[in-house]
Design a protein around this ligand. Structure first.
Ligand code: SAM
Ligand code: ZN
Length: 335
């Protein structure tokens, strides 16, 4: 943890100021082990492996901890040679590299850090927050990027002072939380007036809950994660070539995608066949393993954001439901 992260941190339980005692520093002057103390005297949190830990290591999102530590690098542009995460980040936030300059940005639910990897290339200071041990995958992936900070914490109890962020994005997360509406309502509170927010979630349409993955999940989410992954690994040599043919069929392809819960991105030309195979394993596991998967409608996202004073709501034409907005208040834009 870099000491200047204390400028934005606050006790997630009472909002009190935090101070830090280091018991171990690393070679670049970051706190690798220590404790954060709340001024109230009632709360304290460990810093382990350079990351402040505001939640117990084990929680409902453990499947994601397992997933992102197994598949650390697959979706990182800096590792896979594509620009897929970069393109997604800029199209789903509507922000520019120029706007990011000198801003404080929050990645809520950062996973292995595919989007932190993008923002790290700008002149923003970015904080990646995740409840699961995915944060440790992000630590390895983002090591040495001085403008990236990490915290293991929950969106439901954000460890930040109100209004400290200029921007917050939350991509692919809200449907995986126990109360998605509440999840979305917590985020605007850490934005300054004029701060920008971007949320992308799976969209719930009339037929969504009949998708094969939703029919299988009540079973698969209960299966031991290692066993589930070896099952997917075992079946993929058959399912991948099969879905390569079926998903490409005109018209019927869409039906097959609905009926076969395999994440084979047959139309994604920038991945090599081997990368597409690896992503199919990763994202099929991601479909079948999470404790929660509660897709949202555009209206639900807009309701949650506007209840917290977010205006200028706009749906961007990306897959899923992708809403951006601006926190109301004085002094709208800071240059
Ligand atoms: C599908 S992954 C998406 C990760 C990343 N945003 C991406 O697109 O690659 C969802 C992430 O949300 C995290 N998550 C779930 N509930 C959370 C909560 N209450 N607070 C913080 N993170 C949470 C999970 O641990 C997981 O890493
Ligand atoms: Zn406190």
């Amino acid at each position: 943890m870099q000491i200047h992260l204390l400028d934005v941190l606050a006790c997630p339980q009472c909002g009190g100021k935090l101070t830090c005692t280091a018991t171990e520093m690393d070679s670049v002057g970051e706190v690798s082990r220590g404790r954060l103390y709340c001024v109230s005297g009632a709360h304290q949190y460990p810093i382990e492996d350079t990351i402040p830990r505001f939640v117990p290591r084990d929680n409902y999102a453990a499947s994601f901890g397992y997933q992102w530590n197994k598949f650390k690098l697959e979706q990182l542009d800096s590792a896979n040679g594509t620009k897929l995460s970069t393109a997604r980040f800029y199209s789903e936030t509507g922000w520019t590299k120029d706007w990011l300059k000198s801003k404080w940005i929050l990645d809520a639910g950062c996973g292995a850090g595919r989007f932190l990897d993008v923002v790290a290339d700008s002149e923003a200071e970015v904080v990646g927050l995740d409840i699961s041990s995915a944060i440790d995958a992000a630590r390895v992936n983002l090591a040495g990027r001085k403008n990236v900070h990490l915290v293991q914490a929950s969106i439901y109890q954000l460890p930040f002072r109100p209004g400290v962020f200029d921007g917050c994005y939350c991509i692919g997360v809200v449907q995986h939380t126990p109360d998605p509406q509440q999840t979305m309502r917590t985020l605007p509170r850490v934005l300054r007036p004029g701060g920008r927010i971007a949320i992308t979630a799976y969209e719930r349409k009339r037929w969504t809950m009949l998708h094969a993955k939703y029919l299988l999940r009540p079973l698969t989410k209960r299966v031991d994660k290692q066993k589930l992954l070896s099952g997917i690994n075992g079946a993929m040599p058959i399912l991948f070539p099969l879905t390569n043919v079926l998903f490409r069929l005109p018209l019927a392809g869409r039906l097959f995608k609905f009926a076969i819960p395999v994440a084979n991105y047959v139309h994604e030309g920038s991945l090599t066949p081997q990368q597409r195979y690896d992503w199919a394993i990763l994202d099929t596991f991601d479909m079948l393993s999470p404790q929660y998967d509660q897709p949202r409608t555009q209206q639900e996202i807009e309701q949650a954001l506007s209840a917290e004073g977010v205006g200028e709501l706009n749906r961007l034409p990306n897959s899923g439901v992708n809403i951006v907005g601006v926190k109301n208040g004085a002094g709208q834009e800071r240059i």
